[in-house]
Design a protein around this ligand. Structure first.
Ligand code: AMX
Length: 431
């Protein structure tokens, strides 16, 4: 096995020393080059050494090890996620349909293309079977992410074309109805569900299905639209995207791959963190700075995480958090939860900075999304990860289509097969 002297940061803990991203100067150089466009696409030469694998890299969850290329998005430590080169902060005001177009076509649509993608999605939107009857059989106490995964599988059983792009776009177009039905049926509001109106936008179709009489639908639309745009993609290696692409590499269907991706997203270390964040905000329960600081310190003393702060890649406030704070200050500055997260945003980074091992004490995307969804009338945090999943279906779908139909001159990537090295398994024989 090739071994290389690692350049260790003297400030790093032994635990961090084992992480490739902190120990391998080649990775730092690789990332720098990638961000300035020296690596990727046509500029990559086939023989260039990108990374050297040492024993330190084993059993680290592939963290930081380059395994492929991504045409839809990348993440930088300072500006966060970019879709097809555009920093997310510049895309936040677009409609979700336009960002679906961007992820699939790698260009923002002009007015004509924008109208065409809406029409295309509308033409694919009708659910091709009795989804309601299937959802009505599911246990009401099951987690909404499990409902989402079953719902996606069910859509696949109802119709799969086996054309990667058609299946990905069909699923994106059917997600609003699936999402609305999950809410309605799981909450026991099974009667008088409005029929789908495919002439509406994706978010409007979800809101129509939800049919919450006391909700401010304009605010809800703005909050959910922004949420979807901010969460649609996040590079190629996040767990749900990676899992979805790995499953699709066996030529399983888009629906099977996406249901698997949603299962990965449902974990508390991945997508379900946004549910935990709002639960955390509700637990803080005050926007008084001194009380919030005492709460944060008590949580840290009890070895509990300060939800909504920190990030594996970003080293400044996540621009997706900044966008949502700006949105909240426009539409709900007096909302109690919004006031709590505003105080947390001032207090927590200062307290977390006292601990030098925390790489990024600033707010992440999850700090604000729950407070905004709550303000919109979606008050049960158990559902929040399904919005994340809804959004990610676009990015994961686009990445699956790229891997299956664009890479290797259109032949698609081979089936994923990373190497594992045998441990504790000396050859022996049954006596
Ligand atoms: N509260 C308490 N401790 C924190 C912390 C926080 N917000 N952020 C980092 N730390 C701790 C880590 O647990 C780690 O401790 P350890 O050495 O004892 O294991 C140490 O500081 C160093 O961590 P790091 O290198 O700065 O970050 P990471 O890549 O290991 O973890 C993350 C990143 C997001 C998991 C972490 O910051 C965290 O747990 N945050 C709180 C939970 C949260 O908000 N999750 C949502 C993530 C949103 C997202 O990524 N999309």
């Amino acid at each position: 096995m090739a071994c290389m002297e690692s350049k260790l940061d003297s400030k790093t803990s032994p635990k961090r020393r084992n992480r490739p991203e902190y120990t391998d100067y080649r990775r730092a150089a690789f990332i720098r080059k990638m961000y300035v466009g020296e690596i990727g696409g046509d500029s990559m030469t086939k023989n260039e050494v990108l990374f050297e694998v040492t024993e330190n890299h084993l059993n680290t969850g592939l963290r930081g090890i380059p395994v492929g290329t991504c045409r839809t998005s990348f993440v930088t430590p300072s500006e966060g996620v970019h879709y097809c080169g555009y920093p997310i902060s510049e895309l936040a005001a677009f409609e979700p349909e336009d960002i679906v177009y961007l992820l699939f076509n790698k260009e923002l649509p002009n007015a004509e293309q924008s109208a065409a993608i809406r029409q295309d999605l509308a033409s694919r939107a009708a659910v091709p079977g009795d989804l309601e009857s299937v959802l009505k059989t599911l246990p009401k106490f099951g987690h909404p992410m499990d409902w989402l995964s079953v719902g996606i599988h069910t859509l696949g059983m109802m119709e799969t074309t086996n054309n990667w792009k058609d299946d990905a776009l069909n699923l994106i177009a059917r997600m609003p109805r699936l999402m609305g039905l999950i809410f309605r049926i799981r909450e026991g509001r099974e009667e008088n569900i409005p029929s789908d109106d495919t002439s509406l936008s994706m978010v409007e179709r979800f809101i129509r299905c939800l049919d919450l009489h006391d909700a401010n639908t304009e605010k809800m639309k703005r909050i959910i639209s922004t949420y979807l745009v901010l969460h649609m993609d996040h590079g190629g290696g996040n767990l749900s995207t990676f899992a979805g692409k790995a499953i699709a590499s066996s030529k399983a269907t888009v629906y099977s791959a996406m249901a698997g991706a949603m299962n990965a997203l449902s974990g508390p270390l991945h997508g379900r963190a946004n549910q935990s964040c709002l639960e955390f905000v509700l637990k803080v329960g005050t926007s008084d700075p001194a009380e919030v600081e005492a709460f944060v310190r008590a949580e840290l003393a009890a070895n509990r995480p300060i939800f909504g702060f920190g990030h594996a890649v970003l080293r400044s406030e996540d621009p997706r958090a900044t966008v949502q704070f700006e949105l909240g200050s426009q539409i709900c500055p007096e909302d109690e939860n919004f006031k709590i997260i505003t105080t947390l945003r001032e207090v927590a980074p200062r307290v977390l900075s006292e601990n030098p091992k925390i790489s990024n004490p600033n707010a992440n995307v999850d700090i604000a999304s729950g407070a905004l969804l709550h303000h919109a009338g979606l008050t049960d945090p158990t559902y929040y990860t399904t919005f994340f999943g809804w959004a990610r279906v676009a990015g994961i779908g686009a990445q699956i289509v790229d891997e299956r139909t664009v890479f290797r001159g259109g032949k698609g990537l081979p089936i994923y097969r990373p190497k594992y090295i045998a441990e504790g398994q000396n050859l022996r024989h049954v006596e």
